[in-house]
Design a protein around this ligand. Structure first.
Ligand SMILES: [Zn+2]
Length: 78
């Protein structure tokens, strides 16, 4: 799986709504791809921080950050 095709699944993956088969693909890609691994760890950190914050709408902040980060990954994968 390429970074670009992985990117579209990541949002759901981070929400734990994704089909387990895709989770497995993402996990496998993560082990082979340094940039995506770093990206996912920092994203999980961001999610944790936002969930613990008192922000009324953390999910929209997460989506914005996610979208920007995914754009970076898609560029890097080309
Ligand atoms: Zn990758």
């Amino acid at each position: 799986m390429k970074c670009g095709s992985m990117a579209q699944f990541l949002s759901d993956y981070l929400d734990h709504e994704l089909d387990p088969r895709f989770c497995e693909k993402i996990n496998r890609h993560k082990r082979l791809c340094g940039p995506c691994k770093d990206f996912i760890s920092s994203l999980k950190m961001t999610l944790k921080t936002l969930k613990n914050s008192s922000s009324p709408r953390p999910s929209s902040q997460i989506r914005t950050k996610l979208r920007r980060a995914l754009e970076r990954i898609e560029k890097h994968s080309k």
